[in-house]
Design a protein around this ligand. Structure first.
Ligand SMILES: C[S@@+](CC[C@H](N)C(=O)[O-])C[C@H]1O[C@@H](n2cnc3c(N)ncnc32)[C@H](O)[C@@H]1O
Length: 201
């Protein structure tokens, strides 16, 4: 590991990590913003960092099971002296269970989640009744999930799961999709990109 990466891992990232905070965590208080967004599966962290850097009135929690992108978030947020971004290195489902104050989140961004294309792996897909139940608890009354994918069958099945869940109102194509790493890849591969908003109802 390079010295720079080691420094980011041991010195910078812990300053943004939320796992040691008293629970339930109030992200509004931690980030100093009324509006709070969770980037679930933040990948290389480009979306989370840009969102926080360009909107100081938006607080952002970036979650990923891998550190590589979170290190970039920590480095960039340190360089830009951002106080409106935090991170969790680990499973977002843990965070969603009981770490955060209920009714406190404005938006949950799920951008290009792992598609798990093989039928026997579909159960690993993120969009599930369990995730929807936890997201519903966390969102403010008018909060929403934004879901973007280039896997057409995942989009259709996620839409059905959300419709069957019954506690969200779906709107199609009402969001300017940020250009993340996986968005760029989907464009390169000329994949169809689909998106929906699921607003708490
Ligand atoms: C296909 S990538 C998309 C990354 C990014 N959103 C983008 O658009 O470039 C999916 C990301 O979700 C992360 N991920 C998958 N399951 C997760 C979970 N349960 N909790 C947190 N991150 C997760 C993966 O590590 C990976 O970085």
């Amino acid at each position: 590991m390079s010295a720079r990466r080691e420094y980011a891992l041991t010195e910078l990232l812990p300053k943004f990590e939320i796992s040691e905070l008293d629970r339930p965590i109030c992200l509004q208080q931690e980030l100093g913003t009324e509006f709070v967004v969770i980037d679930f599966g933040s990948g290389m962290g480009d979306h989370a960092t840009k969102l926080a850097a360009n909107n100081h009135n938006i607080g952002v929690l970036a979650i990923d099971v891998h550190t590589v992108g979170l290190l970039q978030v920590a480095e960039e947020a340190t360089r830009l002296e951002l106080t409106n971004i935090c991170t969790h290195h680990g499973d977002g489902m843990d965070v969603f269970k009981n770490w955060l104050q209920f009714g406190s989140i404005d938006e949950i961004h799920i951008l290009f989640p792992d598609p798990w294309p093989k039928a026997r792996h579909h159960k690993r897909r993120l969009i599930s009744p369990l995730l929807l139940e936890m997201a519903h608890n966390l969102l403010k009354p008018s909060g929403r999930i934004v879901f973007v994918t280039d896997a057409e069958d995942y989009f259709e099945s996620a839409k059905s799961i959300i419709e069957e869940f019954g506690k969200f109102t779906i709107t199609l194509d009402d969001w300017e999709i940020p250009v993340t790493n996986y968005h760029q890849r989907a464009l390169r591969l000329q994949h169809k990109i689909s998106q929906l908003s699921a607003r708490k109802s």
